[in-house]
Ligand binder design. Structure first.
Ligand SMILES: *[C@@H]1O[C@H](CO)[C@@H](O)[C@H](O)[C@H]1NC(C)=O
Ligand SMILES: [Zn+2]
Length: 194
């Protein structure tokens, strides 16, 4: 009898813990501290949080294939955004290197500087490279899928979110024709964003 009760207790503990093990969608994200980010000069929260849009961009820089090189490139992009553009921080919420890693930009819940009419209500995600010239790698696309899945799981994006390219917001080639043609085939892509 005591043995059976112990088993019941054991199973109950397992069932309580199971959701922790099932939550495996969130990939590793290289933090600002890890890429040695400068502190933002200011920051504010999204107006709509969780946001309803994911806006996809490319960086129009060289690509980076190693984590060491991607960290340097993150610093360089942040420098350009803060010191040349005069923005308060790197423009995007997250960036993704050709090393397959996700890099924290402004992070979740923070108002971005990447697509004027969506900055207050979107997650701005930039794939590092120039996808007008060549296609994104499968590892970059996989990281993008995982980041979206993780955002949903963590309640950082509404379930019924819209996926769009920067070019749908303004006259730009961003995120490049190869990346744009790719995301056009994904679920949640919105051909007619509001
Ligand atoms: C980076 O990887 C791409 C393939 O994804 C390759 O074409 C390119 O030459 C690599 N660049 C460097 C500097 O290794
Ligand atoms: Zn863009």
């Amino acid at each position: 009898m005591a043995f059976e009760l112990a088993n019941v207790a054991h199973i109950a503990v397992l069932m309580i813990m199971l959701p922790c093990f099932v939550r495996t969608t969130c990939p590793n994200i290289i933090s600002r501290q890890e890429w040695n980010a400068a502190a933002p000069s200011s920051s504010k929260s999204l107006r709509e949080n969780p946001p309803s849009y994911v806006v996809v961009h490319h960086s129009v820089t060289r690509m980076c294939n190693t984590t060491e090189d991607c960290k340097l490139l993150m610093k360089s992009i942040q420098n350009t955004h803060m010191n040349t553009n005069g923005w308060e921080d790197i423009g995007y919420n997250f960036l993704i290197g050709n090393d397959g890693n996700i890099y924290e930009g402004r992070g979740w819940g923070i108002h971005g500087a990447h697509a004027i009419s969506y900055n207050a209500r979107s997650l701005g995600i930039c794939l590092i490279g120039n996808f007008e010239e060549y296609p994104p790698s499968e590892s970059q696309l996989q990281a993008l899928r995982e980041l979206i899945a993780c955002s949903l799981e963590e309640n950082k994006l509404i379930e019924d979110y819209n996926l769009i390219g920067h070019n749908q917001e303004s006259a730009t080639l961003c995120p490049g024709k190869y990346l744009y043609n790719e995301i056009k085939t994904w679920s949640h892509f919105n051909n007619n964003p509001k």
